[in-house]
Design a protein around this ligand. Structure first.
Ligand code: ADP
Length: 755
């Protein structure tokens, strides 16, 4: 008898069982013959033949007889009885056992078995129908002649543990076994159904997702075509949806925008909030969210552009080119923040525009003059009625890019009040550490300003808050000399004006002499704004004549200037008129550049009182006190008169506030001249702080002051000796025309002028 161990299979009496010949070899069984008895022993766990031990076997096995062996070695066994086995012996050659047939309990009628078989077959057929393999399986199912056969055939598919499979064999009661089998089969069917449903459901969900996205794409496509055909019908919501999709917004901004857009959908056009939501969406989708690539700057081209548009300004231009070079090396689009400081009309703003052109970037000018409210820079929260974005983001929007050159004009004119400090908001804007996440209150989402190149302008650094000033690099714009103004007018202002007015160059000529006269007699400024205005006036006047046909072409010479522009406006003669004792010309530095000022002093009968007028600041008032004390100590005799008179010190123009210590020497000279009753020649002007001991100390704004002196027709200027180094900054033309006398002591001045 052949003894064959089997694992994880259910073989039951009455069935035909097949196995391959190779299995015999694996079990060290040489051959098998027809009619030979076979015994199948069930293994508890899968085990190699050489390692099998008696304990590895379940106590019930099953016997059969080989019915046939075909040419390919397939062995067919007719299974007969269950057997109780004992005395198992495993050697390397064979496995021998003692076996006795184990009787079953025939407790179910044949009819009932047939009924059950039919039912199982029906259920199986029904189940198989739903599958592609159903047709093929149907043949099998119909051939099943006993329930045991079904179990044997299907046991590989049942999801049963080895123990559970053995349990089917073990049951003695026929009825119980059939019921157990029924349960296993029906469970198998249900499990398969559920698995199938799950797979189908999963498949369906996937299909649905693909379908949905395909439908959406089609809708988008069709909608786009419709929109193109009827642009007037594109709804606000769709317009913004399209803009949002194209915007490249950061996720945070996109979330906020989607939220607002949803509200817009919900509220509908008739809601009073719709307008607010619309404005927000319009703003946020008009901003450029895409990062622009840094373009390599061609420095010589940039230099050319700067020179083309502005005459002179060498130092400023050099510094700008350096900045561009550094930005290029760092591959950055922004760098240190330049602050152009100088009088109005000196080209600060317009050179900002040239920087943008040289860098091939957009230019935006934001005027900060008079801003008091932080919200003007950072925007109002949207809860606020009439909320708007701040000027900064509004400017970025206007530029249409994310890397414009922004000129922040008049940073010195920011003021502070109860509604917050605009300077602190500006600080954040200009801080490279913070500005990549700048959040405008209105937008409520961060925007990256780190690629924006900021340039600031101011007339003076005095009123710029320290922390803001520390962020910037000051570049002075000291103003232009007459020769520079002449060149600027010839090369830039006149051609521009003519072009703007549509006058051809050959129809209106302004002679060089006429131009000089305009500069000298009709303007008195550091910059060229007034000059530009006069050229405009003159051109307008000429335009009328040309249009009326009075002349075909006009040449404005020196004589015609007064005809066109009226009588000359400036006061040179009066400056050089002989003055009374006690009046001296000083030099001042104001927001409008350098200027000359007069110190007037007079005595009247009185008791030694001192009156100071002309809106002088505290520092200047102190200078006046120092001057009085100094004069008293230097000229004790002559100064006795001060004790019995009232002294009046006045500095015209009375409406313009003045301050600073640099009028010290002028005050001392005026008082000395007064007490000594001697006049000071009007060709002199002076500047310098004075100590109580008569030392002259350095002052600021020397180039501007000397330029103003030269403009005003002054010939000789006293300057503090310690300012001599600053003369390097002064244009040669100015130095050539002035006699500049550096002095260390008050006495040196008095010796020369109060004689
Ligand atoms: P600021 O900003 O210093 O007040 P602007 O830049 O507004 O002065 O200049 C006023 C006008 O003068 C502008 O039309 C400008 O083009 C012109 N301008 C100033 N400086 C120069 C210069 N160096 N070369 C050519 N034009 C100049």
């Amino acid at each position: 008898m052949i003894t064959l161990p089997i694992y994880d299979m259910v073989i039951l009496p009455g069935v035909n069982f097949y196995f391959k010949k190779e299995i015999l070899q694996k079990m060290h069984i040489a051959t098998a013959n027809t009619e030979e008895d076979v015994m199948f022993l069930m293994l508890r766990t899968e085990q190699e033949r050489d390692k099998m031990k008696p304990d590895d076997f379940y106590p019930i096995g099953i016997t059969g007889k080989i019915e046939s062996i075909d040419d390919e070695g397939n062995i067919s066994v007719k299974v007969k009885d269950r057997v109780d086995i004992s005395d198992i012996e495993v050697t390397s050659e064979q496995i021998s056992v003692t076996a006795s047939t184990r009787p079953g309990k025939a407790d179910i009628s044949e009819d009932e078995v047939i009924d059950k078989l039919d039912q199982i077959r029906d259920r199986m057929l029904q189940f198989a129908q739903g599958f592609q393999w159903g047709v093929w399986a149907k043949g099998f199912i119909l051939h099943w002649k006993s329930i045991n056969e079904i179990v044997c055939a299907m046991s590989g598919y049942f999801n049963l543990a080895n123990d559970e499979k053995y349990a089917i064999l073990e049951v003695d009661s026929e009825r119980q076994r059939i019921e157990l089998i029924e349960k296993v089969i029906y469970e198998f069917i249900e499990m398969s159904k559920i698995r199938d449903e799950a797979v189908t459901a999963q498949k369906e969900t996937h299909e649905q997702v693909y379908r949905e996205s395909a439908i959406k794409k089609q809708i988008d496509f069709l909608q786009k075509q419709l929109d193109e055909m009827h642009p007037e019908n594109v709804s606000d919501v769709r317009k913004f949806e399209n803009r949002l999709n194209a915007s490249g917004m950061n996720p945070e901004a996109r979330k906020e925008a989607d939220k607002v857009l949803n509200r817009m959908k919900q509220e509908g056009k008739n809601s009073h909030e719709y307008g607010i939501l619309y404005d927000y969406m319009d703003f946020i989708t008009s901003l450029s969210w895409k990062k622009e690539d840094a373009v390599d700057v061609n420095l010589s081209e940039a230099e050319e552009i700067l020179n083309e548009q502005h005459y002179g300004l060498k130092k400023a231009k050099d510094r700008i080119i350096q900045q561009m070079a550094v930005m290029g090396l760092n591959k950055k689009q922004s760098g240190s923040i330049l602050l152009f400081v100088g009088a109005p009309g000196t080209g600060k703003t317009s050179i900002g525009q040239s920087i943008a052109k040289a860098l091939h970037r957009e230019y935006v000018r934001i005027s900060l003059g008079g801003i008091r409210d932080e919200a003007e820079i950072r925007g109002h929260r949207r809860t606020y009625v009439g909320a708007m974005p701040g000027r900064l983001m509004e400017g970025v929007k206007r530029s249409g890019t994310s890397n414009p050159v922004i000129v922040l004009d008049e940073v010195d004119k920011l003021s502070k009040d109860y509604s917050g400090d605009p300077a602190s908001a500006l600080l954040e804007v200009l801080d490279p550490e913070q500005n990549s996440n700048f959040t405008d209150h209105y937008m409520n989402v961060p925007y990256d300003l780190s690629d924006v190149l900021f340039v600031c302008t101011a007339n003076s650094i005095d009123t710029i808050p320290e922390p803001l000033l520390n962020r910037m690099e000051v570049i002075p714009f000291p103003g232009y000399t007459a020769i520079e103004k002449f060149q600027i007018a010839k090369k830039h202002l006149i051609p521009k004006t003519l072009m703007n007015m549509g006058i051809k160059a050959q129809h209106l000529k302004i002679t060089d002499d006429a131009l000089r006269k305009i500069i000298d007699d009709y303007t008195m400024e550091a910059g060229v704004r007034g000059l530009k205005k006069q050229i405009d006036n003159l051109s307008r006047y000429a335009a009328v004549k040309l249009v009326k046909g009075e002349h075909k072409s006009i040449t404005v010479n020196e004589k015609k200037v007064s005809e066109y522009l009226g009588r000359k406006a400036m006061r040179h003669e009066s400056i050089l008129e002989k003055k009374m004792p006690g009046v001296v010309t000083g030099l001042a530095w104001t927001r409008a550049g350098g200027d000359i000022l007069f110190i007037e002093t007079s005595l009247s009968k009185g008791t030694g009182k001192v009156v100071i007028t002309g809106q002088l600041g505290d520092v200047m008032k102190e200078s006046a006190q120092i001057a009085i004390s100094l004069v008293k100590s230097m000229f004790p005799k002559e100064a006795e008169i001060l004790a019995e008179s009232d002294l009046h010190i006045h500095v015209p123009s009375g409406a313009v506030p003045k301050d600073g210590p640099s009028a010290g020497i002028t005050l001392v000279t005026a008082l000395s001249s007064l007490v000594m009753g001697k006049t000071v020649s009007p060709e002199y002007a002076m500047t310098g702080e004075v100590s109580l001991r008569g030392k002259i100390m350095p002052i600021g704004g020397l180039p501007e002051k000397l330029m103003a002196a030269q403009r005003a027709g002054i010939r000789k200027v006293f300057i503090p000796f310690d300012n001599v180094d600053d003369l390097e900054e002064v244009a040669k033309e100015v130095k050539d025309k002035l006699e500049i006398i550096p002095v260390k002591e008050v006495r040196e001045v008095l010796k020369q002028v109060v004689k």
